[in-house]
Design a protein around this ligand. Structure first.
Ligand code: BGC
Length: 254
């Protein structure tokens, strides 16, 4: 089946039609700059532009840098605070005239990796961490997602929030070399290991492409590897989410 997948980020909103059987894009990806301020209405207008661009009529899946509980945004760390409490499933569906299913962006990337990337066939506890403007997390136990874990906001023993200490945005803004940033990120990983004991950690997001530059700073025993789907993961996972949600709603109607 084909589904329009969308990844909403701080600087760009990217969409592509995804083949949910293979995880491949059907045609080109399209990117539109994130509106400023990124209010729910402004973002809805961009999603509608993407729907028009692709001449799309089916379900739409959207990954967001926020906790999305049953279609309602509960947090908005890197978006307009007017998202908090907004039923964005309802708003986007109304504006685009397509059935829209939203979820957290790290959860989307995790779903894609578990289906088509480094998590395929992995049992036990898998933690995916996306390293970007923030730190996003997705937890799986025997392939089943525990949605909306916001562990980038976990406080480290040094009193700092994980994502304010070791995100890619912090690496850039503090002009840290890969070695010193890697040491910071290792402190975050140490905490994840001590509290959750995952069997595998997969790293996604921009910095994961540079894994070779910081892998020697990682001291934990849990196996850690970079994501395989790179930039595509968020869009592919959003499409898979919409696929499963739209088939559930068809079943419940039938
Ligand atoms: C947000 C998460 C998101 C992560 C990565 C964090 O600031 O709170 O919801 O998954 O950034 O975008």
């Amino acid at each position: 089946m084909h589904i329009l997948g969308v990844d909403v980020g701080g600087s760009g909103i990217k969409g592509a039609i995804v083949d949910t059987e293979t995880g491949e894009f059907v045609g080109e990806r399209h990117r539109i700059a994130t509106p400023k301020p990124a209010t729910p209405e402004a973002v809805a207008a961009v999603i509608a532009q993407l729907v028009n661009h692709f001449n799309w009529e089916g379900p739409v899946g959207c990954g967001f840098p926020a906790s999305i509980q049953h279609g309602v945004a509960r947090t908005a760390a890197n978006l307009s605070s007017s998202f908090i409490g907004a039923n964005i499933d309802a708003l986007f569906s109304d504006v685009t005239k397509c059935s829209c299913f939203n979820l957290n962006d790290a959860d989307a990337a995790g779903i894609a990796e578990m289906n088509f990337g480094g998590g395929v066939g992995q049992s036990g506890v898998v933690l995916l961490i996306t390293i970007g403007t923030g730190l996003g997390t997705a937890f799986f136990s025997d392939g089943v997602l525990l949605p909306n874990t916001e562990l980038g906001h976990l406080y480290l023993p040094n009193g700092k929030k994980g994502e304010h200490f070791a995100s890619d945005a912090v690496r850039k803004s503090e002009d840290l070399g890969w070695k010193s940033w890697g040491k910071r990120f290792d402190k975050y990983l140490q905490q994840m290991e001590a509290l959750f004991w995952p069997d595998l950690i997969i790293l996604g997001g921009g910095a994961s492409k540079k894994f070779d530059k910081f892998k020697h700073q990682i001291s934990i025993n849990t196996p850690v590897k970079p994501a395989e789907l790179l930039n595509q993961a968020g869009i592919v996972g959003a499409a898979l989410h919409a696929h499963s949600k739209s088939s559930q709603s068809v079943q419940s109607k039938g």
